[in-house]
Design a protein around this ligand. Structure first.
Ligand code: UDP
Ligand code: MG
Length: 320
């Protein structure tokens, strides 16, 4: 594919962003013009806004922008607020249907450095299917957000989901990645985990985060916790497995404990009558119960993986 035919779509999830959406779109149109001027993308590149059920004037502004800029500014509106991940997925699948070669997702407040988009495109031309934006630092985040985010990435790594820390939803993905995304029908898909898991060629680009110009963050403690929990449970059944391990260790421990209690009873005669039997049984059955729960957890994990109905494999190439 020749470079200047590359049709780039930029998707922007918007939730109550009336204060910023117009200037963001205008800035991004300039960025598109600039990159198209250098012959790296086609003139037909466009912006696709997903209004995630805003209650303010966001959609009216999007309609105005569409009337002004025509097919360069497209959009869709959710009937209610579904959350940023679903808005992103709708954007990705939306531009796949409309038509594009690659797509960049960026926040409506333009906290991410829009000038990195050109570097994303360069990486795409060098052969990357996914170009992930990595934040240089978290200076613009509150103390709380910074540390909870760090803990989240560390925990995800321990649980086997090896996504790099300071990962963001600012990324470019190719049409090929969108075709794979379409095969994942599960409802609670966590995009950062997904794009990492599918194993396409990935490049990383570092970018600076600016403070939010206007308006306030659309995330609160509860939506962030829910995003983090969703990320963990959608990609890892390790927490279930931990239960089985704890149970097994408790049963093992109960044998050691039993030896100690028995020796205390027969050699030192320090335990009251009946106490030894009681504590041994208590420790043993306590452990056994947790272990059994863990085994049930293993089966639940299997069911959980099955109901997600993810594609069993994705073929990259084929010769017939
Ligand atoms: N957003 C969304 N739905 C929501 C919450 C947020 O579409 O329920 C969008 C929001 O409009 C913005 C992006 O997700 O474009 C990131 O949100 P925000 O900038 O508030 O998050 P922060 O930068 O504070 O992490
Ligand atoms: Mg923001």
């Amino acid at each position: 594919m020749s470079e200047n035919k590359t049709k780039l779509a930029i998707i922007i999830p918007c939730f109550n962003e009336e204060l910023v959406v117009k200037s963001t779109v205008e800035t991004l149109l300039r960025v598109l013009d600039d990159i198209a001027g250098k012959g790296k993308i086609s003139e037909e590149s466009y912006i696709y806004l997903v209004d995630d059920g805003s209650k303010d004037k966001t959609w009216d502004i999007i309609e105005d922008l569409h009337n002004t800029y025509g097919s360069r500014v497209k959009g869709t509106k959710f009937i209610r607020n579904y959350g940023n991940q679903k808005a992103l997925i709708a954007g990705l699948l939306g531009v796949k249907d409309i038509g594009c070669d690659c797509v960049v997702s960026i926040d409506a407040d333009l906290q991410q450095d829009e000038n990195a988009i050109e570097i994303f495109v360069d990486e795409y031309h060098k052969g990357a299917d996914i170009v992930s934006g990595i934040r240089n630092d978290r200076k613009t985040d509150s103390f709380f957000k910074k540390y909870t985010a760090l803990c989240f990435y560390r925990l995800m790594n321990i649980l086997g989901v090896k996504i790099p820390p300071n990962h963001s939803d600012f990324r470019l993905v190719s049409y090929k990645a969108l075709e794979i995304l379409e095969k994942y029908s599960e409802e609670g898909l966590f995009l950062r985990g997904f794009f990492h898991e599918i194993g396409l060629k990935t490049a990383y680009v570092h970018f600076d985060v600016k403070p939010r110009a206007l308006g306030s963050s659309k995330f609160n403690f509860f939506s962030l916790t829910s995003l983090a929990l969703n990320g963990i449970t959608a990609f890892s059944i390790v927490p279930l497995r931990i239960i089985a391990v704890i149970g097994f260790l408790t049963v093992l421990g109960s044998f050691v404990f039993a030896l100690e209690v028995i020796s205390e009873k027969y050699f030192f005669h320090t335990t009251p009558n009946g106490w030894a039997t009681l504590v041994i049984l208590l420790a043993f059955f306590g452990g056994l119960q947790i272990f059994c729960l863990g085994i049930i957890g293993e089966y639940m994990g299997q069911i959980f993986n099955e109901v997600k109905a993810r594609p069993r494999y994705i073929k990259d190439r084929e010769l017939i």
